[in-house]
Design a protein around this ligand. Structure first.
Ligand SMILES: [Zn+2]
Ligand SMILES: [Zn+2]
Length: 338
């Protein structure tokens, strides 16, 4: 049955009208990333999760750090709880009070955040340098997180990874939700704390930008092909490509004169987005696709299939939220405001 479903989804079968959509309808690659980007691309949600990973648990602590309206905070906490990222735990009887703790699924976002942090530190921190100093408690070293191969623990880069379809591969009817909003202004996030993760999110936290870059990582570089693969409106695609060129993620190159045609190739910075993107894809596949990953990754250096893991660049051990110490390198704008 599974095979049939796969064949159908790849368009082999003379699928009678049983398949959910007629073949003329736009389809997209199976990928849990839509849900992942929708979830992480919301700046308030993201800020709350970040504070959780830094150890915040109570309504009042979220509120005092983030300074967001009580109603907004309550809504987001409720949503994160229903999505399975947070759980409510009662810590006092009289009066009844509860706090929010990360579930396994929520905790598992830690490597994703670290991969965002590393990218932001490397490419977006400007003259002031990375805002946060990380110490890995296990080895005692000041460390940088590195997205690595779960098999050999060496850092992975885009040119050293090949991919092939996994059991969950295929395409599904394109979801037209009509609510692919851009994430809110990251400067708002940074009002509470300078944050490399927020800076990375500015690029990667937009659904369409993410999808366009994902096509780039699959080797798709031309406008028409990107457009038909992801079912994006031409004006939105033009807008996102322009943004990505402006952010130095893509380089625009002419490949044909009459008529003029351009393709979009990753810059060095763009290629470095591969690490946070595969960390995010892995998280989404693990928690939204269950046991059927649409994509399998092979590390060409060690020739093994791998999961991206985030390790300490000094001792090569995986990094966990509780095994880290953070020091702000420059003043936290919140301090002194209170
Ligand atoms: Zn490897
Ligand atoms: Zn270490």
């Amino acid at each position: 049955m599974r095979i049939n479903a796969l064949k159908k989804s790849k368009g082999y079968a003379q699928a009678p009208s049983k398949s959910r959509a007629p073949s003329s309808e736009p389809r997209e690659r199976n990928c849990s990333v839509g849900r992942t980007v929708d979830l992480l691309g919301d700046s308030w949600t993201f800020m709350i999760l970040r504070e959780c990973l830094f150890g915040a648990r109570r309504f009042e602590s979220f509120q005092s750090v983030l300074g967001l309206p009580r109603g907004t905070l309550a809504t987001r906490l409720k949503k994160l709880t229903s999505q399975g990222l947070l759980r409510q735990v009662q810590y006092s009887d009289r009066p009844v009070r509860s706090e929010y703790r990360l579930t396994k699924m929520g905790m598992d976002l830690y490597p994703v955040f670290l991969s965002f942090l590393r990218f932001g530190d490397d490419w977006e921190s400007g003259r002031k340098g990375p805002p946060l100093q990380l110490t890995h408690l296990e080895c005692g070293a000041e460390c940088k997180p590195e997205v690595s191969c779960s098999h050999c623990r060496q850092a992975v880069t885009i040119s050293r990874v090949s991919y092939r379809d996994g059991p969950g591969a295929g395409t599904s009817p394109l979801e037209r939700t009509g609510r692919r909003r851009r994430p809110s202004d990251p400067t708002r996030i940074e009002q509470s704390r300078p944050c490399s993760v927020a800076r990375t999110l500015r690029i990667i936290g937009d659904y369409w930008s993410f999808m366009v870059m994902r096509e780039g990582f699959f080797g798709v570089t031309r406008f028409d092909e990107i457009q038909s693969n992801i079912g994006i409106a031409p004006n939105i695609l033009t807008d996102r490509l322009n943004r990505l060129v402006r952010d130095d993620v893509f380089e625009r190159r002419k490949y044909q004169d009459a008529p003029e045609r351009f393709e979009y190739r990753f810059t060095a910075k763009g290629r470095d987005l591969y690490q946070p993107m595969i960390a995010m894809l892995r998280w989404g596949d693990k928690w939204f696709s269950r046991e059927e990953p649409p994509l399998l990754l092979t590390h060409l250096d060690c020739k093994h299939d791998f999961d991206p893991v985030v390790v300490c660049d000094k001792c090569r051990e995986p990094l966990h939220a509780r095994g880290m110490k953070y020091v702000m390198r420059y003043p936290d704008p919140l301090k002194g405001k209170k």
